[in-house]
Design a protein. Structure first.
Length: 267
């Protein structure tokens, strides 16, 4: 059993318990449920940098990344740095996150927030809306085409953007549908954890232009972004590069300044 299967198995148990503890009606009564959302896809289309900065304490591949950073400081720092959006891991067991992280970020910044989670039930999408998310992640590797359609259409009803993540050509082809806003290519092989930007390059031509293309994992340099832009990518999800420092916001700010400087010097 690979790590994704383990996470999904545990997630089903967790979600079933959460559904018993907090009914949907209670989630829908949240003050944040009526909040007007921000479209990350729209912002990425008009951005020169396309940076989506992530908050991630640990991961199965890297173990501890950073347990010392304060979520409030990270969210404010990312916003001040000028990122397009913020990705927040809410899985507790494998990534050290929680829905409280989403609430804290929502309370202190106006960035579009992506709930980065292993979504296997409509309940989690309602949870995301109730905790202030603007975007949900759907992972093609753990969902059928019917589930992708069901979950993405619910998200659109709730005015949430949908980022659909794929790892290969088969996942991409089963995922293309009108209820998806952004197609994300994860450069990490989930079986070996090896990362290669070649995955994004190879799949780029097969992603229809009506979708915002997002490259995920393994992006740590200005050169990588410059290269991926030539393949049509408008969004770049960056986590460990910023989170492994003592000041994620300052790290993101410097990265964006360097990126803008790099672009200017290339003109």
């Amino acid at each position: 059993m690979n790590i994704l299967n383990k996470i999904t198995r545990d997630k089903r148990i967790e979600v079933n318990l959460r559904k018993q503890l907090i009914p949907v009606k209670q989630l829908e009564a949240s003050i944040l449920f009526e909040r007007e959302t921000e479209s990350l896809a729209k912002i990425l289309k008009g951005s020169k940098t396309g940076i989506i900065a992530e908050h991630k304490r640990r991961s199965p591949s890297k173990q501890v990344i950073n347990h010392d950073l304060n979520m409030f400081d990270v969210a404010k720092g990312y916003e001040d740095a000028g990122v397009c959006g913020m990705s927040i891991l809410t899985d507790a067991k494998y990534f050290g996150g929680s829905l409280d992280d989403l609430l804290i970020a929502r309370s202190c910044c106006k960035l579009p927030l992506l709930r980065k989670e292993f979504i296997i039930d409509e309940y989690q999408i309602i949870e995301a809306k109730a905790h202030g998310a603007d975007v949900i992640l759907l992972i093609a590797a753990i969902l059928t085409r019917a589930e992708i359609k069901q979950f993405s259409e619910l998200a659109k009803q709730l005015n949430l953007d949908v980022l659909l993540e794929v790892h290969n050509e088969d996942e991409l082809h089963k995922s293309i549908m009108p209820s998806i806003d952004m197609l994300g290519v994860n450069n990490r092989n989930l079986k070996t954890f090896e990362v290669s930007l070649e995955t994004s390059k190879q799949l780029s031509a097969q992603i229809p232009n009506e979708f915002v293309k997002v490259s995920e994992s393994g992006i740590s340099s200005i050169e990588a972004i410059k290269t991926l832009k030539t393949f049509g990518y408008q969004g770049f999800l960056i986590g460990e590069t910023f989170m492994k420092t003592n000041n994620a916001g300052e790290s993101a700010k410097q990265f964006i300044e360097d990126l803008n400087g790099f672009k200017t010097s290339e003109i």
